[in-house]
Design a protein around this ligand. Structure first.
Ligand code: SF4
Ligand code: FES
Length: 720
């Protein structure tokens, strides 16, 4: 049956119905047909510069570029006719004039579109006898990207368009004219974007390559294993390229609803941390102030005997646990069950928080990640958007390019690489007062009584106006808002504005599994201490699951000093893939990081994503869920019988399985009963720097060599 909303046409004799406005290339791709192309990229604007996609169209005298020609009713296209093939071959011959044809040594071998298409569309002989052009490469553009072989460049400008349209920063451009045209860096002569690794993926020929991976392997040598990023709350889908039980590189796995085809640099490059000297390869126990490698049984015995003695002398209330929001759902769940089984209410994942309310439901983004790209207006409160959430920033940048009005309530304006209509700058201690102004302005526009007293300035009124009367609006709370001393008051006001304007209210959520940690209830029970209270010291034993309080907590170095005072805490047990917390731990248990274990993360939007181990754990490291289960077994706690992480996942309430796992939406929500309190406070929210977010990125040599890492300390306040 013919669809009246579509256009009927033919490609290579095949009748097709396509949406009006589609290009011939899109129509062909939609029907599973391929047309050779270089400069076209599904996420970038159309440049139509390479001409590789020339096709024949009936009643048109010359071949036309399929990527730039829109379909019309009754159009007849031939992609493999004699004129089309002749045009494509001519373009290929032209492209190869410049290319150095060094395929046998080129490190892009196996992943070069030019090589692939030259095979299908190139001639058997070259008529070119003149000397080839040699374009000088640039020696040093930073630790992540190599730009040494610019002779390979076919001037498709994908990299330039990526910078302008996706990363939002113009770091590369086409300089000079005619045969002197060249892709060069601008200004700083370095590539510093937090999304720079995507340049390697968009470059079709290997002119831009990954510096850490360069010459380390060929693509066909690598096994491809799917995984999920363990860093921020996007839950970016990854392909781990594995050889000899080692992850050599990370590339994106396309998921339109999550990361599209992009990765943040920390998703891509942090994996080199797994192969540093800092890996913990054997259990260790501190004896007489000296660390000694011991067998697993001996290390576990120290923990179990210690706990038994503490339970006998001081009771379960002397034991606590701090759980990383980067740990998997299974690890967090077993840690909660272990602590509850021991009888302790002291457990928390909110290491960088300053306020510790008992949340009504599981706090999350309040919308889908994909919906960020089509917002009409958004107010971001307390977010270092590009640093905290590089891929969410990219989504919001897409919305801004389609005229979304972006506003920010921040300590001081930052470069979000997008037009920001309204910057509301205020010290973090006054953010409640600033948001109260927006509340009052919204009340005035809507003609309802304001629930707080404040005087709305012109900026607050402009922000309020941007949120009223539009359909797709949002008020999003960033990491500094989540860690704020008055986080609940900010949320209460955001909710009030949301109810009045129809704006979605959500947290950008800090870590890969912040939502999961709430889901499993990694929160203090009745009478339990929160993270800040536990880090004040005083518990006889503290279990640190995959975190380093000196870097991962609001207390920072103060926590280090307090925990190092063994008069307070006798038995600190650290479960980590790295040699961490040496100053105050008594036992170090080596656990497998994300690439070496199976598990699950729930991302900001509440999406449950499971992954398998890509490689075997290094040394004597073991998956943390197994270590926690064994500890529970040795403590003779009932109910710890799971033999796989899947079994642990299945034991979790509120998750559904219909081919894939999903959350029960009723358990997600950002409601609060907190008061709308506009008064100011003391203390600043603590947020992580871009490459200080977790133990893996902190140990990545390539990320730590970037300008972004050297510019920001690992632990910072909102102003840094
Ligand atoms: S460097 Fe790569 S992406 Fe950029 S223009 Fe050249 S070939 Fe295209
Ligand atoms: S892909 Fe169409 S002109 Fe380059």
């Amino acid at each position: 049956m013919t669809d009246p909303t579509k256009i009927a046409m033919h490609i290579d004799g095949e009748p097709l119905e396509v949406l009006p406005g589609s290009t011939i290339l899109q129509a062909a791709h939609g029907a599973g047909m391929s047309i050779p192309h270089f400069c076209y990229h599904k996420k970038l604007s159309i440049a139509a510069s390479c001409r590789m996609c020339l096709v024949e169209v009936d009643k048109v005298s010359k071949p036309v570029p399929a990527c730039a020609t829109t379909v019309s009713s009754g159009m007849v296209v031939r992609t493999r006719s004699e004129p089309a093939l002749r045009a494509q071959q001519a373009v290929m011959e032209f492209l190869l004039i410049n290319h150095p044809l060094d395929c046998p040594i080129c490190d892009q071998g196996g992943e070069c579109q030019l090589q692939d298409l030259a095979l299908g569309y190139g001639g058997a002989h070259s008529r070119y006898t003149e000397e080839k052009r040699v374009a000088p490469g640039q020696e040093d553009v930073g630790p992540l990207i190599a730009m040494k072989e610019m002779s390979r460049c076919i001037h498709c400008t994908r990299c330039v368009r990526f910078g302008q349209e996706i990363a939002g920063v113009m770091e590369l451009g086409m300089a000079h004219r005619g045969e002197h045209s060249a892709i060069e860096t601008f200004v700083s002569r370095a590539i510093e974007s937090e999304l720079s690794g995507n340049l390697v993926d968009v470059c079709p020929v290997g002119a831009l390559t990954s510096r850490p991976f360069r010459y380390r392997g060929r693509s066909w040598e690598l096994s491809r294993r799917k995984s999920i990023s363990p860093h921020d709350s996007t839950g970016a889908n990854l392909i781990l390229g594995v050889r000899d039980d080692q992850v050599l590189r990370v590339t994106p796995f396309d998921n339109e609803e999550v990361n599209e085809c992009w990765l943040a640099d920390r998703d891509r490059y942090s994996v080199d941390a797994l192969y540093t000297q800092d890996r913990l390869l054997s259990p260790m126990v501190k004896v007489g102030g000296t660390w000694k490698e011991v067998a697993w049984e001996d290390a576990l015995a120290v923990v179990v005997n210690g706990w038994k003695s503490i339970l006998a002398k001081q009771g379960a209330a002397a034991i606590g646990a701090l759980v990383s929001p980067h740990s998997t759902l299974e690890e967090q769940h077993l840690c909660v069950r272990l602590l509850r089984g021991l009888g302790s209410p002291h457990i928390d994942y909110r290491l960088r928080h300053a306020e510790f309310p008992q949340p009504e439901r599981v706090r999350y983004l309040g919308m889908t990640i994909a919906a960020l790209s089509s917002l009409e207006s958004v107010l971001l409160v307390g977010s270092s958007l590009r640093r905290d959430h590089p891929l969410f920033a990219q989504r919001i940048r897409q919305a801004a390019r389609k005229s979304c009005i972006v506003s920010g309530l921040v300590e001081s304006r930052e470069d979000w690489a997008m037009p920001v209509a309204h910057w509301m700058e205020a010290p973090a201690t006054d953010w409640t007062g600033a948001l109260a102004e927006v509340v009052v302005a919204v009340a005035a526009i809507q003609g309802v009584p304001a629930p707080v007293s404040a005087t709305a300035g012109p900026l607050a009124t402009a922000i309020a106006q941007s949120l009223v009367g539009r359909e797709r609006t949002a008020l999003l709370l960033g990491n500094a808002a989540a860690h704020h001393p008055k986080a609940s008051a900010l949320l209460a006001m955001a909710n009030w504005i949301g109810r009045q304007t129809g704006a979605r209210v959500g947290y950008l959520t800090e870590a890969a599994n912040t939502v999961g940690a709430q889901w499993v209830g990694a929160l203090p029970g009745e009478g339990g201490r929160n993270a800040a209270q536990m880090l004040e010291g005083g518990l006889a034993s503290l279990l640190l699951l995959n975190n380093e309080p000196a870097f991962d907590s609001a207390a920072g170095n103060d926590a280090l000093a307090r925990l190092a005072d063994s008069a307070n805490t006798d038995l600190v047990v650290t479960l980590s893939p790295f040699r961490a917390n040496l100053e105050y731990s008594k036992v170090l248990l080596p656990i497998a990081p994300f690439a070496e274990t199976s598990g699950t993360y729930i991302n900001a939007e509440g999406r449950v994503q499971t992954f398998r181990a890509a490689v075997r754990p290094q040394g004597a490291a073991r998956p943390a869920w197994k270590v926690l289960r064994v500890l529970a077994n040795m403590m003779e706690l009932p109910g710890f019988e799971e033999n796989s992480s899947e079994e642990v996942l299945r034991s979790l309430p509120g998750l559904r399985y219909e081919g894939t796992w999903s959350t029960d939406p009723a358990r997600l929500g950002n409601d609060t009963t907190a008061a709308l309190d506009p008064t100011s406070c003391t203390g600043k929210p603590v947020v992580a720097s871009i490459y200080g977010l977790d133990g893996i990125v902190r140990r990545s040599p390539s990320l730590q060599a970037t300008a972004l890492a050297t510019a920001a300390p690992h632990r910072s306040h909102a102003t840094a």
